[in-house]
Design a protein around this ligand. Sequence first.
Ligand code: GLC
Length: 746
Amino acid sequence: MLCSNSVAIQNDREFGIPQSTEEKVSELIQRMNLDEKIGQMSQLQAGCGHIPDHLADDIRHGRVGSVLNEVNVDVVNELQRISIEETRLGIPLLIGRDVIHGFKTVFPIPLGLAASWDPQLIKQTCRISAQEAASCGVNWTFAPMIDISRDPRWGRVAESLGEDPYLCATLGAAMVDGFQGDKLSEKGAIAACAKHFAAYGAAEAGKDYNTVNVPENELRNVYLRPFKKLADSGVASFMTAFCDLNGVPATGNSWLLDDVLRKEWDYRGLLVSDWDSVIELSVHGFTHNDKESACEAVNAGVDMEMASRSYKHHLQQLVDEGRVDLPQIDRMVARILTLKFDLGLFDNPYTSAADYPALVNVDHLEVAQQSAAKSCVLLKNDNQVLPLNADQMSSIAVIGPLADDDYEQLGTWVFDGDPHHSVTCKAAIERLVGDKLDVRYCKGLQTTRSESCEQFSEALELAAQCDATVVVVGEESFMSGEAHSRASIDLPGQQVALIDALAKEGKPLIVVVMAGRPLTIENILDKADSILYAWHPGTMGGPAIADLLFGFQAPSGKLPVTFPRAVGQIPIYYAHKNTGRPVSDVNCLSMADIPERPEQTSLGMASFHLDVNYRPLFPFGYGLSYTCFEYSGIRMARQQVALGGQVEIVADIKNTGHCAGEEVVQLYIRDLVGSVTRPVKELKGFQRVLLQPGEQKTITFTLHTDELAFYGRDMQLNTEPGSFQAWVGGDSDARLMIDFDIYDDE
Ligand code: GLC
């Protein structure tokens, strides 16, 4: 169906002269008046299932470039019709939605997806999410969120891809590929959005929206890396962050949004604010009022204002006053229109759901289950309690507040998920082994936050009667996500007490944790025989977990974030600096070690806490399998590599266990001396490898020396010659190491 009234766009075929998008955009802008241009720069909240009169009126008067949060396809089509048939120029709308980890089919939360370390699988989940969203008229998602997050108190760590720039960039790019496909105008492709630009995850105290102070060097070497990768990978849009960044709120930060993003990176995609983040510039105390905020945001380069109306109310006057120049407005409108052309909206802005696969179809659910299984991380498995063998059991107790909750397992940011499609752990275990085992269930606690232990007796009775107990605990989905940070990251309520009581029954105890963040679970470590960390696993979390518990699949997930022992260790992450007094097993002190005459000892002059072991509970990259892997034979073709050459690191990995298993082999590099201090390790590669029992494979990592570049004191990106170390292993505590040098042969 063609736009019936887009007078501005001469149909290419009429003249036989194919116009470039640039020409079409330029021609259209020349026809637009300032009101219409400003209209394109406004994104408004939709009516969520109906069209409020004020919205229809704004659209008719060309005052809207985009709406967000409408997913009723008939309503979306009507919004598009009004915009095309009842306006002077017939410009279609961008329809935005937070399609974060699924649409109707819900996949694991992004932090869980990151634990799969599987870019292809993640791309597939985004492809499905895009198709489902597009079938409802959505053409723009506000994802992926690629904020580096090293503070699990922060609620939005759930939405992130973890603490590491390399992993986050790699997986974020895979998400963009999944959402955008090969061509934005393809059916089922939607525009992606790299957010929140920038360093939003470094909020002080892990409190959402809080102040961020990150030196430029750290900003460039850590927080901006994933954004640069996505800018170079063709992400269609960026979104500004809420936070005050080094004293200049990101949404009004011209150094970030213009000097870096436009001038240095030459990024040409659309830049949208976050919800009300333009008018919040005055709340920050960065401007006096909405008019000043609009001026700062537009001059910094924020093309489109989300939700608030300062552009609509003040841009005309700001142009008249000469404080915003018209060429700047034209450049911004050009980026908005370019995205609309790229999406094919001028050719066909309407959606027919019949053109798409059914929502939540069996294929989508299969991928949901596979991604949930690959996201689970086995943290402990003493005495190989897992996998359970249903043939050697007669009963199993399934207990816990999250064992049969179809909503909570979906996690945060699931606007369109439907818990009716969820399959819980209890239901899945019954389906999988209910024909062989007596599956006994009770909650044990009403919710994860319950302080009442009145249901414990029933739970303990079941545990006593059954051969093994699976207890599903963790956080409700509300405890993570936007504005939902926690000062303590312990298991809430009386869950530890429940686990403690169950452990005393003396039967095999398997703890499954569903959470939106790392939790400080050292207090259950000695009580559980096995611990499986499932994050919030989405629609098919139950079958995925059941398959893993009974060995139909083997766990292969790896942690994308460091697990602290105590919240007081935060921030704690593997890619830390060495400091002048690095801690080791020999120079740290514990409270028990404090000598009678402390002043007489020189022990303990290092970087650690007296009252908690200096190591994390579980390191970045950690995850067990049902088999074991042995690494050996690390070697390099050349240990002297010229700048500009290839660094090739080879190692052997063997499955020394009794069952097949997938391992994520990880490569870490250290630059021993730099013009600025460098982390003790940095992830520079990973490969998933499947090994049969006894099988050995050789893994090769090849890097260009440019991949070891960092921003020095001069804020230039360079690889500095010198000595390096490389590790290959199954987590960031890898021990297999080799030295090499990079030299400058000029
Ligand atoms: C929210 C979030 C942002 C989201 C937007 C639209 O406040 O910060 O990530 O995309 O508003 O829902």
